[in-house]
Design a protein around this ligand. Structure first.
Ligand code: 5GP
Ligand code: MG
Length: 180
């Protein structure tokens, strides 16, 4: 068990299971992209460890770029604005693979997809380490999902709680305590 700030977590997915799941999606990607040279677009911060492990299984030529999709509170009229920061390559006519840590409601991913489609990519696919299918509220076609998980909050393997806990090789699930 680990404690981060006010929360306790217990191991839910071991590193070797994560590794096996990544190598499975990598095999499928190796077949699908054999003669292509896609651009992997890894979304910071959460995907940095997944991206590092994934690319070491890939046998096709590819480029990788890191970008941040951050939300900030806009004016009252615009509400919550999402902006893609740091993508400074031209993706016109490129095959793009988005590399994400986790898809929860899917809202972040669908906003990101719309943004990338506007930039003229030839194809866009999603590779995510984790997904909570029961929480998905939008229609998303996720081609490469390494691991499906229930609706619990998790940390480790790149994912954080309030900025902490990204360094753990295993994935941990929050333990909910009853109020006493
Ligand atoms: P969505 O827009 O799909 O609801 O939210 C996706 C984002 O929420 C992820 O990129 C991630 O930052 C955050 N998120 C969702 N579920 C979890 C979780 O269980 N643990 C952590 N650490 N972040 C999560
Ligand atoms: Mg993320």
């Amino acid at each position: 068990m680990i404690r981060i700030k006010d929360l306790d977590f217990e191991v839910s997915i071991r590193h070797n299971e994560i590794e096996d799941s990544i190598s499975n999606i990598a095999e499928r990607m190796n077949q699908d992209y054999e003669d292509k040279c896609p651009l992997l677009l890894a979304i910071l911060n959460g995907s940095f460890i997944f991206a590092a492990d994934l690319v070491r299984h890939l046998t096709f030529e590819h480029e990788i770029q890191f970008a941040k999709f951050s939300s900030y509170q806009g004016t009252e009229s615009t509400g919550n604005v999402k902006e893609l920061i740091g993508l400074n390559v031209d993706i016109t006519d490129r095959d793009v693979i988005i590399v994400e840590d986790i898809i929860d409601t899917g809202k972040t991913m669908s906003t990101l997809l719309a943004n990338l489609k506007d930039r003229g990519a030839r194809s866009i696919e999603i590779a995510t380490l984790l997904m909570k299918p029961e929480k998905l509220t939008v229609d998303l076609d996720v081609k490469y999902c390494a691991i499906e998980i229930p609706n619990d909050f998790i940390v480790g393997y790149g994912l954080d709680y309030d900025g902490l806990g990204r360094q753990y090789p295993d994935i941990y699930t929050v333990i909910s305590h009853k109020e006493d």
